[in-house]
Design a protein around this ligand. Structure first.
Ligand code: ADP
Ligand code: MG
Length: 703
């Protein structure tokens, strides 16, 4: 059997052995057997223990060697020293899958890590789908399978959850029991030595019992696999993830702005965006979204209708809706209003929010909702109820539940209050209608669902061909590497840019003031002079850049000035002379385009408004390579300063196409040369006509 088929055996086994089963209550080896029994497991359950004959009424097998060949699942709870020998014995009987609950591996240090590598070897050699080690186990409600030592077993449902944190599993399970939320699968991933998050996504994509996937991750074990699988599954079902614990590697000293700003969290955000994973910022949001996605249909449009029995709360909900960048308060059609007039009291408000007034009985809610669900402008509905003396809390809940059955539009309920609303809240929860005492989280859920629906419908991106001379760039990079350099000097880096057809200003290297003047005459005044030294990469820091030099005299003076100052401030630096450079036209905007290679996800491109304030304002956006046309368009529109680029007070907009081309080309460059660790164009000077890369820094990885 292949590894993929063996993952199936983890969830739907016919024969399960518990290695280290125990008759003593309280021991993990006891709880696992008990959990399997209480889940009503229909297959064969075999406790394995060398010293016992019978455990909880089940006959015991004494040695792994005596287990049936082709065993589906082994749950391992023996002490850490016995785990590797057990796995070896299981491999010998062709066991398909295993859950190693035992801890004491990678998470405790070197020795543990060595043991874990041994486990990986065994599993890889025999295609064993192994979950763990150091985990709580897993459960699959549609297979009556509770191969875990968790306390409690959720009811059947359509939410799958996998988590790197066992503690979080326990917490979510408890929430599920309290709220009576159903689950399809529940997996504590542990150290993810073999089965990882990408395997889980791949499996859950085709699991017919799973409608919504939740994941808690601290890191991914393989960035490329994660992206591939996540991108596939998100087109079919929503994946909601919570990510914590940014790695120390992200904070590593970096030589560019891009490196300093782009931590690993930015890379995860970009990976989620690229694949369509919905990121929950906190646990409350994760729960809200899990409920909303698993119970309600996706809104087909932005129009939300609020039906309320109180004015103030209705306005709160309307405010929250208007604040959302995607949703708006639906404009009800005339026929809806006419129909409402027929039965609503004359003092009711017929416009959205529809105020059915404080004395509204359940019937009035019912009739109103019957009308509202027919209005094509209404794509989602929020029912609001405050417990007035005449409010019929349970009857209104019943009416809402009935209406929800009649429509394909999502319905959310905001029962405000505490004690009196409790029976209604319970009833709505049981019927699968998301209910909260605040409107804001409900509106956020509706927004996220609508966003997901829109995203799912966006066609695949176009990845344009970039014309380039890779060999020419290769020569430059090889030459720098041959010298042992970790930075390609600016003059040479420009060669790389030209090989990729990127717009660079005319530039010559001048080793003397006379050469500088000659260069300036050739280029045409005004020019820029920049210090040229392999040791000085932040030129302005040493007064090494002078712009707008209008004549020979100015160029000469600037040359002496720049080189003398550089020598004084950096006596150790080798100074080749100055670059004489064509001046970009007046009125250009400065932007920054860079990339940094993320350990997990590869090149992470950054775009932002350039200049000296970039690290303070942090008005930047990220995308992972490869960039598609839409990425290039959207990354520019994502920054706050986009309006500046579009032009204010009658200014023309900058040439966006030129910026997009640079972004797409940089993405290609990053993929072509894995040895480029970071690259940064800062600034790119852009106006209405064109863009030019005025400064470039290329950093190579250590050899
Ligand atoms: P560094 O970043 O090493 O200090 P730059 O080459 O980026 O040096 O130059 C510093 C600043 O000088 C730029 O941010 C830009 O404002 C200006 N500048 C540099 N080159 C040009 C040019 N060719 N045309 C116009 N302005 C330039
Ligand atoms: Mg610069």
């Amino acid at each position: 059997m292949s590894f993929k088929e063996n993952i199936q055996a983890l969830f739907a086994p016919k024969t399960v052995a518990v290695i280290g089963a125990s008759a003593a209550p309280g021991k993990v080896g006891h709880t696992v057997v008990k959990n399997m029994q209480e889940a009503g497991f229909k297959g064969t359950l075999i406790p394995v223990n060398p010293k016992a004959d019978e455990i909880m009424g089940l006959p015991v097998t004494k040695r792994i060697e005596d287990l049936p060949v082709g065993l589906d699942l082994a749950v391992i709870v023996v002490p850490v020293a016995a785990v590797v020998p057990s796995m070896e014995a299981l491999a010998a009987i062709k066991c398909k899958s295993a859950i190693i609950i035992t801890a004491g591996f990678k998470e405790v240090g070197k020795e543990g890590a060595a043991l874990e590598r041994k486990l990986i070897e065994i599993c890889t050699a025999h295609d064993i789908a192994m979950v763990g080690p150091n985990c709580l186990g897993l459960l699959s409600t549609h297979n009556d399978n509770n191969a875990s030592f968790a306390a409690g077993y959720p009811k059947q449902g359509s939410i799958a959850f996998f988590s790197q944190s066992g503690a979080l599993c326990t917490a979510i399970l408890d929430w599920a029991l309290g709220e009576e939320v159903g689950f399809s699968k529940f997996v504590s991933m542990g150290n993810m030595a073999v089965v990882n998050e990408a395997n889980m996504l791949e499996y859950l994509r085709t699991d017919p019992n799973t409608k919504v996937i939740l994941g808690y991750i601290e890191n991914v074990s393989n960035g490329a696999d994660f992206i591939e699988q996540a991108a596939k599954v998100c087109r079919e079902k929503p994946v909601i993830m919570i990510k914590s614990g940014t790695t120390a590697a992200g904070a590593k000293a970096a030589s560019s702005h891009t490196g300093a700003i782009a931590g690993s969290d930015a890379a995860y955000t970009a990976a989620f965006r690229k694949t369509g994973v919905i990121r929950a910022g906190d646990m409350a949001t994760l729960f809200d979204l899990a409920l909303a996605f698993s119970t309600q249909p996706l809104p087909e449009g932005p129009g939300l209708c609020v039906v309320t029995n109180a004015g103030g709360p209705g306005i709160l909900a309307a405010d929250a809706t208007e604040k959302s960048p995607l949703l708006h308060m639906a404009r009800l059609s005339n026929s809806t209003i006419e129909r409402l007039k027929e039965f609503l009291p004359p003092y009711a408000s017929l416009y959205n929010p529809i105020d059915v007034v404080g004395d509204a009985p359940a019937e009035r809610y019912r009739k109103t909702l019957e009308v509202v669900i027919d209005d094509p402008q209404v794509n989602s509905i929020l029912v609001l109820l405050t417990p007035t003396a005449s409010a019929q809390i349970v009857e209104t809940a019943e009416a809402i539940i009935d209406i929800a059955k009649l429509t394909k539009k999502p319905i959310f309920v905001n029962y405000m209050g505490g004690m009196r609303i409790e029976p209604g809240v319970r009833m709505l929860g049981d019927a699968g209608i998301p209910c909260s005492i605040y409107p804001e989280p409900l509106i956020r859920s509706i927004e996220t669902m609508y966003h997901y629906n829109l995203w799912r419908q966006t066609p695949a991106q176009e990845y344009p061909d970039i014309r380039r001379n890779r060999q020419k760039a290769r020569l430059v990079i090889n030459e720098a590497r041959a010298k042992g350099a970790t930075e390609v000097v600016e003059f040479q880096a420009q060669e790389v840019l030209r090989a990729y057809n990127l717009p660079t200003p005319n530039t010559v290297l001048a080793r003397s003031s006379d050469e500088a003047v000659a260069g300036a005459e050739k280029i045409g005044y005004p020019v820029v002079l920049k210090i040229a030294s392999p040791q000085i990469s932040h030129k302005s820091d040493v007064g090494g850049v002078k712009v707008n030099l209008a004549d020979a005299e100015a160029v000469k003076n600037a040359f002496f000035d720049i080189t003398a100052r550089a020598q004084r401030l950096r006596p150790e630096a080798y100074i080749a002379g100055c670059l004489v450079q064509e001046m970009a036209p007046k009125g250009c905007k400065e932007i920054i385009i860079g990339f940094k290679r993320d350990e997990q996800f590869g090149p992470l491109l950054m775009f932002g408004l350039g200049g000296i304030y970039v690290e303070i304002l942090k008005d930047i956006a990220f995308r992972l390579a490869p960039l598609g046309r839409d990425d290039a368009k959207n990354i520019i529109r994502e920054i706050k300063s986009y309006m500046l680029l579009k032009g204010v007070r009658g200014e023309p907009p900058v040439n966006f196409q030129a910026i997009e081309d640079i972004l797409l080309t940089m993405s290609e460059l990053a993929l072509d040369f894995p040895e480029i660790q970071e690259a940064e164009f800062n600034p790119v000077l852009v106006n209405a006509e064109k863009a030019v890369v005025a400064d470039v820094r290329i950093t190579l990885s250590a050899q």
